[in-house]
Design a protein around this ligand. Structure first.
Ligand SMILES: CC(C)(COP(=O)(O)OP(=O)(O)OC[C@H]1O[C@@H](n2cnc3c(N)ncnc32)[C@H](O)[C@@H]1OP(=O)(O)O)[C@@H](O)C(=O)NCCC(=O)NCCS
Length: 150
């Protein structure tokens, strides 16, 4: 999280203390049995290269579960986060039985938008989130079931 590209489309890089605070929050969700983040690990060699999983958000005064992701720039554009986010989406609906998931995406973040679209999400609305214009992508359990019941 000290890497500028890893932290693109956020408020900037994090200090070690800020990073620790994020990790503590994620681990507290794990301990409470709530949806949380996963490490993204390259299968060959086991190197940690990013994260992909769930965040708890309040958007337009509504509690939402977001699928969020970041990847080390050396690994961009190889389809890795599409693979990870697709697995997280299936976990959300198949195992956790969530009613819906969203992704909060900066209007200029084309790569993130593509990932959201490739895992079946569609633009639901534009809003102001934490003071910034934000695109809300979403996918409902019903929409997912239509694609996954065969
Ligand atoms: C967003 C991010 C996680 C994507 O990870 P990734 O593993 O590179 O994603 P994928 O390879 O699965 O898919 C990326 C898609 O965006 C496309 N893309 C990337 N940059 C693009 C650009 N400048 N213009 C058009 N398309 C672009 C790729 O071509 C690919 O789409 P395709 O399969 O249709 O060709 C990664 O870029 C990242 O970590 N960015 C910084 C942090 C961030 O923005 N996180 C999301 C916050 S909402």
């Amino acid at each position: 999280m000290a890497n500028q590209d890893f932290m693109r489309f956020s408020l900037g890089v994090y200090t070690r203390e800020q990073t620790q605070a994020v990790l503590d929050k994620i681990l507290s969700w794990n301990r409470a049995g709530l949806p949380s983040q996963f490490a993204v690990v390259i299968q060959t060699g086991g190197k940690l290269i990013g994260y992909c999983g769930f965040f708890h958000q309040v958007v337009d005064e509504k509690n939402e579960i977001e699928i969020g992701y970041r990847l080390h720039p050396n690994y961009w554009n190889q389809g890795l986060i599409t693979e990870a986010a697709g697995a997280v989406r299936d976990h959300a609906f198949r195992d956790l039985k969530l009613p819906r998931v969203i992704s909060l995406i900066h209007p200029e973040n084309i790569a993130s938008r593509r990932v959201a679209e490739k895992i079946g999400m569609a633009l639901e609305k534009q809003t102001i989130y934490r003071g910034f214009p934000t695109n809300v992508f979403s996918l409902s359990r019903e929409q997912w079931l239509q694609e996954h019941v065969a």
